[in-house]
Design a protein around this ligand. Structure first.
Ligand SMILES: Nc1ncnc2c1ncn2[C@@H]1O[C@H](COP(=O)(O)OP(=O)(O)OP(=O)(O)O)[C@@H](O)[C@H]1O
Ligand SMILES: [Mg+2]
Length: 414
């Protein structure tokens, strides 16, 4: 199959729709040719709830991105997906391989991987099957069996599945804009492509894309994804909490969160005051900045707690040695690094998208890691076709979430 030269990534987020068209030059360098950003409408926590509104937003972003793309462009996109309907599990499958067949070929392995389906629930479709390790004739820990002679290959794979109808709606929304879909890419894997280093994947890392409507998580270990989950909560919930606490309109709370918010209230001057415009007819009001930070702190603590509980339920009873990497628009909230280090006792990094030289300034923000990562994913996986089918002492008064791991270990030991 001829190598593609144009790549298009579409990210239908809960707050914005982004399309990026890029081209691989003769030297192999990736150059962004066009970017289109439109406010998102009709999305609820990563899922479509009004297809006509979504189509409109997608069309706007695609048209803007294509405006300056030259001749020879054949539209086809890699599209980010998210939402609480996405689940992951690790499955095993065995391939018998009579010795007279010679060594294992890459096409044979590809067919085997694609046929290793887990038992799907009703209405579920496969999003990704990612090999995480092989055992060859009983010898485990083999990273790549291609080229080996063997009688039997056992595959362990990370499999992500989603709701077939929701995934189909996403494809329809994009394809109705005359943009055929190459493949869907789970948001956390897409974002990780532009942010998580090879060393972090090897050492193990808890990777979190915290956006507006969802928080997309993947735990990497030994170079591969081991656990992926999508929490239907993100930055818009932080804004809503603040709006309710201070009885102010959502847009006022959003501005206050971005300009004056901090998820670690201890970091702000306890006497500092902020002027907020109140609801209709209420005029302005003066509030302590600390009071803006408190609901943000409570919700962020709850999000971290949900992540740690999800890991513990999946049998991951400690944080990976490589610490925590955050990206997504809400990763820009002040105090996130310090707060998470306090609560989890591991180093935390806030990641911006990398991997594309000369990335336009507007895309150099954590909220664009998923669309940039989707381009990189497309290049890496092109031609594969469409698969849908704080240490205790430093917690500074915050309850460390590490006790969740300890409790799960004790339960398992009993
Ligand atoms: N400086 C900032 N401080 C706090 N929050 C911020 C900041 N900048 C952006 N955000 C928040 O980031 C969120 C948008 O993030 P992002 O663009 O990653 O979401 P999305 O991709 O549209 O949605 P999702 O992936 O959740 O469906 C909004 O809730 C916004 O309030
Ligand atoms: Mg997003």
């Amino acid at each position: 199959m001829a190598k593609e030269t144009f790549y298009t990534a579409v990210d239908i987020g809960s707050s914005k729709v982004v399309t990026v068209v890029a081209r691989v030059g003769s030297e192999g360098e990736l150059k962004v040719l066009g970017t289109g950003i439109a406010p998102s409408h009709g999305m609820q926590k990563g899922c479509i709830d009004n297809i006509e509104e979504v189509k409109e937003a997608v069309r706007g972003s695609i048209e803007e991105a294509q405006r300056y793309v030259g001749k020879g462009y054949s539209p086809s996109a890699y599209v980010v997906v998210s939402g609480g309907h996405i689940h992951s599990s690790n499955v095993r499958d065995v391939m018998e391989h009579p010795t007279d067949l010679g060594s294992i070929t890459s096409s044979e392995m590809h067919r085997f991987i694609q046929s290793s389906f887990p038992t799907l629930g009703e209405g579920q479709e496969i999003l990704h099957i990612i090999p995480i390790g092989y055992a060859v004739d009983g010898l485990s820990g083999v990273r790549n069996p291609i080229g080996l002679h063997a009688n039997q290959v056992e595959l362990e794979a990370h499999v992500a599945v989603g709701d077939a109808t929701i995934l189909k709606n996403t494809v329809n929304a994009v394809e109705s804009c005359r943009m055929p879909v190459n493949s869907l890419v789970m948001q956390s894997l897409a974002s990780a492509e532009a942010t998580v280093t090879g060393d972090e994947r090897e050492l193990g890392v808890l990777f979190i894309d915290i956006g507006s409507g969802t928080t997309d998580v993947t735990v990497f270990q030994y170079g591969s994804p081991w656990l992926s989950m999508v929490l239907p909560v993100g930055g818009s919930q932080l804004t809503r909490d603040l709006a309710v606490a201070e009885r102010i309109p959502f847009h006022v709370a959003e501005e206050a969160k971005i300009k004056r918010g901090n998820v670690l209230p201890e970091m702000v001057d306890p006497n500092e005051e902020v002027i907020l415009s109140g609801g209709q007819g209420q005029g302005q009001k003066l509030v302590r900045r600390k009071h803006i930070c408190e609901p943000l702190n409570a919700r962020m603590y709850e999000i971290l707690q949900m992540i740690v509980q999800g890991m513990a339920q999946a049998g991951i009873n400690r944080l990976p040695d490589g610490g925590v990497v955050f990206t997504g628009g809400s990763a820009e909230i002040a105090g996130l690094q310090e707060f998470t280090e306090n609560v989890l006792g591991e180093p935390v990094r806030i990641a911006y998208p990398t991997g594309v030289a000369g990335l336009p300034t507007q895309l150099r923000k954590p909220g664009f890691s998923s669309v940039v990562g989707t381009l990189l994913w497309g290049i890496k996986h092109q031609g594969e076709g469409r698969t849908y089918r704080a240490p205790e002492g430093s917690t500074k008064g915050y309850k460390s979430l590490l006790s969740i791991f300890k409790r799960t270990r004790e339960k398992t030991a009993r």
